[in-house]
Design a protein around this ligand. Structure first.
Ligand code: MG
Length: 402
């Protein structure tokens, strides 16, 4: 069994691009991987193309041999675009191997360790704030819109949601998700602090009892600002406040100053990055991006987290292929807090991978088909190309911009 070709796809997912890798073999099997990133889509698939001569002609079942060869070649560009490209290839190789053996990928790792996985509705309100027309939902034009959405989350069976800071209005304002980057000095103005309380209170008024709310601050705040936001969040039933920060001790400082659980890690790569945070006890829950780390390395991180008595939460705001890949990870490790999924999305999301997902009480079943148990529909991918040079798609000035 030999790899004959690697093809990539950059798909228009509305306000961000999704990137896919197809590894084709001489016996007719195609393995699919996803390595979506909103900022440099053609940089990532271009890097996949750069790696292709090191992969084509080899047996795809030797996944680790190929992974480590690519890792060694890319060692001088750690993390970032190179890591994402390697991850996209590695994920496609696991899919091809599972299909060749006729088993789900999780079975290659001794799974499944669980049958179903609890999910949280991510970018709840934040996707609608800027892209409600494309999604086909009401706008976020008032705090009551958050309450109505909280009610919808509960009625649709979910037991947790995650939102981002959004100031409702016409138009709504926020960071990312079609709005643009974060505040230049990572300070938090009083207007935002007032909004934190009003937004979380509005969601809390809509969700049912016991539903947990998470707030994702991304990289937008320095420790002083993040600490102020966490203290406001303490009055609500918080799943966590999520903070990305490249300084473990600074994150630990925030965590020590609040009773709200702190989650972090979605932009870290491999055990080398995560270990510093685990040793500093910087986070309560560990976010892992599987399309950026690859499957085996994500599992390494999860098991290292287990040794530090930490649970993980797959970072997954991508296509259903990524959702399946993350479910496979959950099926092979014993320490999962909860898993992310975007419910509000482009109308062609289901079509891109052959149909919708079967949610039951805010959970999904661990896939049982060969490989990831789901395939990219390449015709649909080709019908929704993210045009080269389009950029990250931000069109509005974010709050706090000079
Ligand atoms: Mg996040």
């Amino acid at each position: 069994m030999k790899i004959t070709e690697i093809e990539t796809f950059v798909v228009d997912a509305g306000w961000r691009p999704w990137q896919f890798v197809a590894v084709r073999t001489d016996d007719g099997i195609t393995g699919y991987g996803e390595c979506s990133d909103g900022r440099n889509p053609y940089g990532i698939v271009g890097t996949v193309d750069d790696f292709a001569p090191l992969v084509v002609g080899r047996d795809p079942r030797a996944v680790e041999a190929i992974y480590w060869d690519l890792y060694r070649v890319g060692r001088q560009s750690p993390g970032g675009i190179a890591a994402k490209a390697i991850a996209g290839i590695e994920l496609a190789l696991w899919d091809a191997k599972g299909k060749a053996l006729g088993v789900p990928v999780h079975e290659l790792f001794g799974g499944p360790i669980r049958e179903r996985q609890r999910l949280y509705w991510s970018h709840c309100g934040s996707s609608r704030a800027r892209n409600y027309e494309l999604i086909g939902t009401p706008p976020i034009d008032s705090y009551e819109a958050f309450t109505a959405l909280g009610r919808e989350v509960t009625e649709r069976g979910f037991t947790a949601l995650k939102t981002n800071l959004v100031i409702p209005g016409t138009p709504a304002r926020g960071f990312g998700f079609g709005f643009g980057g974060g505040p230049p000095d990572q300070d938090v103005p009083v207007e935002i602090l007032d909004n934190v309380e009003r937004q979380l209170a509005a969601f809390a008024a809509g969700v049912g009892p016991g539903v947990e709310i998470a707030l994702d601050l991304n990289f937008n705040y320095k420790p002083e600002a993040a600490a102020k936001i966490c203290r406001i969040a303490e009055q609500f039933t918080m799943l966590w406040v999520e903070i990305d920060m490249y300084e473990p001790e600074a994150l630990r400082q925030i965590k020590d100053g609040t009773t709200v659980p702190i989650t972090s890690g979605e932009n870290l790569y491999g055990i080398r990055d995560y270990r510093r945070y685990f040793e500093a006890r910087s986070m309560d829950n560990v976010m892992i991006d599987v399309p950026w780390n690859g499957f085996a390395r994500s599992r390494d991180v999860a098991l290292l987290a287990e040794s530090y008595e930490l649970n993980v939460a797959p970072h997954n705001y991508y296509s259903h292929l990524s959702t399946h890949i993350a479910l496979h990870l959950c099926a092979t490790v014993p320490n999962v807090r909860i898993m992310e999924i975007d419910i509000d999305d482009v109308p062609w999301k289901d079509e891109l991978t052959g149909g919708g997902l079967d949610f039951v009480d805010g959970t999904l079943a661990v896939p049982s088909g060969p490989g990831w148990g789901i395939d990219l529909d390449e015709d649909v991918a080709r019908a929704h190309v993210w045009e080269r040079g389009r950029g990250p798609g931000y069109t509005a000035a974010p709050i706090g911009t000079r």
